[in-house]
Design a protein around this ligand. Structure first.
Ligand SMILES: Nc1nc2c(ncn2[C@@H]2O[C@H](COP(=O)(O)OP(=O)(O)OP(=O)(O)O)[C@@H](O)[C@H]2O)c(=O)[nH]1
Ligand SMILES: [Mg+2]
Length: 310
């Protein structure tokens, strides 16, 4: 079997849990299988080059990157028998940005994760899964119900906090920036080592909402001591290239450190991971593979490449 991502012991017990290679099978087909299968001739002709380009765009690499790759195949005169190796090297170099693909974490520090993204991307679910992971690893975890915008958002986070067995700071009719301020104080005083901050889903074109996110980020920065801070943008992996535009807007507003791609179960649009690495030099660090608490994988570049090509 494909030993794709490190198996946790409890995963082995759960026979129903799919391997990431299985979860990503559609993405793997679209990024590699379909591209290679669109070529028949050892010397790739113009028509086949167009097919390759179409397949890469369909795999959600984005037009620019698809064009760049197709041009390179043409200019370097890559043959069909060399295509797989060429793609492997190309994808590896795109992912090989100068940033760690592990979440920042230091057990002796306060680790603050600020989670942002558009409505329905999967922020609150991801927070539940992350809380569970940190709790299991022995951290004292506090969730901050910073989504004070949508009705029932705090309730939803509360349910996740109970599932994960972690604490939550929530307040009715709270101002989100003020609540975050309190949350960080509480964490310091009461010795938490992980704080995960939920935020309201923003349409990236809603000026006020983006301004509020900036306010929260500023509060966090002001409160920062010798802590780790990671601002995580959650993208819906079934939305493909839309994610790139979202990433641009959010990155400009709150400076994103890493990307979590949710709903990659069943999606063929995982190419977005490459396109964001290429355009924004931002690493994917987490992958959501379902709606349950354990449906979370830590992204690892080299294992992703192995899964794609081996
Ligand atoms: N299949 C699948 N569904 C997911 C995943 N992550 C989240 N979902 C579902 O996506 C929907 C939205 O998730 P939420 O976590 O509420 O999204 P959100 O970003 O917090 O949404 P807002 O609070 O409205 O902005 C829910 O029905 C989740 O169960 C995933 O990895 N896979
Ligand atoms: Mg939410």
């Amino acid at each position: 079997m494909f030993n794709f991502f490190k198996k946790k012991s409890d995963e082995k017990e759960n026979n129903e849990k799919k391997s990431l290679k299985e979860v990503l099978s559609n993405t793997i087909n679209s990024l590699v299988g379909n591209v290679i299968n669109s070529v028949q001739n050892e010397k790739i002709d113009e028509f086949e080059l167009e097919n390759i380009e179409t397949m890469l765009i369909k795999a959600d690499l984005g037009v620019d990157l698809a064009l760049e790759i197709t041009e390179e195949i043409k200019n370097k005169n890559i043959k069909l028998s060399e295509l797989k190796t060429f793609l492997k090297e190309k994808f590896s170099s795109i992912l090989n940005i100068d940033k760690d693909d592990k979440l920042k974490f230091d057990k002796d520090k306060l680790n603050i994760y600020f989670v942002v993204g558009v409505n329905g991307a999967g922020k609150t679910t991801l927070i539940g899964k992350l809380a569970n992971k940190f709790k299991k690893e022995g951290s004292k975890v506090l969730l901050v119900a910073g989504d004070t915008f949508r009705a029932a958002a705090e309730e939803q986070l509360d349910i996740w906090s109970q599932r994960a067995g972690v604490d939550i700071l929530r307040e009715d009719k709270a101002n989100s920036a003020a609540l975050v301020y309190k949350g960080i104080d509480k964490a310091r005083i009461e010795g938490y080592n992980v704080v995960i901050i939920d935020s309201a889903g923003r349409l990236q074109n809603k000026f006020n909402l983006i301004e509020e996110l900036k306010k929260i980020k500023n509060v966090i920065l002001k409160k920062l001591q010798n802590d780790n801070l990671e601002t995580i943008l959650v993208l819906d992996g079934s939305q493909g290239q839309n994610g790139l535009n979202q990433a641009l807007v959010f990155n400009e507003a709150v400076e994103i450190d890493s990307i979590a791609i949710t709903k990659l179960d069943g999606s063929a649009k995982g190419g977005i991971i490459l396109s964001i690495a290429k355009q924004l030099k931002l690493p994917a660090k987490l992958i959501g593979t379902g709606e349950k608490i354990d449906d979370l994988e830590e992204f690892n570049r080299s294992e992703f490449i192995s899964a794609l090509f081996e």
